[in-house]
Design a protein around this ligand. Sequence first.
Ligand SMILES: [Cu+2]
Length: 170
Amino acid sequence: MKNKLIIIPILLTLFGASIGLLVGWSNIKPIKRDITIKARQYSYDPEKLEVNKGDTLIIKLVSLDVFHGFYLEGFDIDAEIQANQKSFRFRHPSEGFNWKDTTELFLVVNKTGKYRYRCSHTCGTMHPFMQGELIVKPNNILNSGIGGIIGFALGMLLMIYRKFTNQGGK
Ligand SMILES: [Cu+2]
């Protein structure tokens, strides 16, 4: 009988933690991110972008010196940026050379991974080395962690509650 009393609280704790994990898993909150990428010979600022899966990126592209490109691998985006202009033009390479003018790129990052962005317009001798990296992280690790903690706390509360009710019954 003593063993049973130990097992039940453990099961309740695990059950609570599992519920917490599931709640955390579905509690993904994507956000909007305003991002300005400055291009100049021969780098991008920022060189590395870290976002979460599901986020909406609103990307402004500016060039500080000469004509640059911005080709984002994995998302079918290519852009051309004139020096010191607020607007730029972009296309989806899969649709050919159908350029459109814009001041912002809207992009929902719906997959995790590392994606290179690179200059697609020859801008000088070091042009081939002009590149950066977009890192899309899963956005549920933190949530599931918090969910697990809440679940654990819930399990502990259930265990305490059971102890009290058991004592009350006797
Ligand atoms: Cu360039």
